[in-house]
Design a protein around this ligand. Structure first.
Ligand SMILES: Nc1nc2c(ncn2[C@@H]2O[C@H](COP(=O)(O)OP(=O)(O)OP(=O)(O)O)[C@@H](O)[C@H]2O)c(=O)[nH]1
Ligand SMILES: [Mg+2]
Length: 222
């Protein structure tokens, strides 16, 4: 182990050893990673910690499906249009919903039925969450199991298999106000902008919601 590790690193390492939950272990590893001086001599150690962080994130992700609880969704209604607002736990669905509409009267249904009967799907992601790319991939995979394909405005229209439904979908990149969000938003755009409309929004400050309303009102034509 490199000798020049900081007291911050050692303190975080002690927290790691004392941590009992996966979440606490991950947090301590993140603090260890942040406290390592970045130079050639610590390259191996940094790679090792990164690998351990990825492993713990995977474990947490398995415990919490990307789509959250089975009924964790909101339904936005505009006239006859129904948009299923889905996304990982705590990505801001309820906050976005409260900002977009005051209408909240629907019988609880399971998420798959809601998505299947919706005219379109809005995928809310938390831009301050470093795992947001994985969440989007997981959501698509989880829905694909039920033969539901999320099709962005620019997703190539390949004739889908019998029994498969294709749903117009767009991404709400929420919490754009939060620290660290800019970088994740850029990564999201790099990977998915050629398929999906991606709208940067803060349900907290209201930033971007004007455009979001416009897309919902006018843009759902694909
Ligand atoms: N900084 C910031 N925080 C936000 C934003 N939107 C929501 N939050 C916060 O994120 C937390 C989760 O928001 P919710 O709206 O409850 O998220 P949800 O997706 O409905 O969560 P579940 O229903 O549990 O799946 C709350 O503490 C919100 O105040 C945002 O744009 N920026
Ligand atoms: Mg909610």
């Amino acid at each position: 182990m490199p000798a020049n590790l900081t007291p911050d690193y050692r303190a975080a390492e002690a927290r790691f050893r004392a941590a009992e939950t996966t979440e606490d272990k991950l947090e301590a590893l993140e603090q260890m990673y942040a406290a390592i001086p970045k130079h050639k001599g610590t390259e191996k150690l940094r790679a090792d910690i990164k690998r351990r962080m990825a492993k713990l994130r995977g474990k947490i992700r398995q415990a919490k499906p990307a789509l959250g609880q089975p009924d964790a969704y909101e339904i936005i209604k505009y006239g006859d249009l129904r948009i299923a607002l889905i996304g990982p736990h705590s990505s801001g669905k309820s906050t976005l919903f409260a900002l977009l509409t005051s209408d909240k009267e629907y019988a609880r249904q399971d998420l798959i039925s809601v998505v299947r009967s919706a005219d379109a799907v809005a995928i809310a992601l938390d831009c301050s969450d470093d795992m947001l790319l994985d969440h989007l991939a997981d959501i698509r995979e989880e829905l694909a199991v039920y033969n539901i394909l999320l099709a962005g405005k620019h997703t190539p229209q390949t004739g889908s298999a019998a029994g498969t439904v294709s749903k117009p979908a767009f991404v709400i990149a929420n919490k754009i106000d939060a620290p660290g969000s800019e970088e994740n938003f850029e990564a999201l755009r790099d990977v998915y902008a050629d398929e999906f409309d991606i709208l940067p929004v803060s349900a907290k400050t209201g930033e971007g919601t004007e455009l979001l309303n416009k897309v919902i009102h006018e843009g759902l034509t694909w």
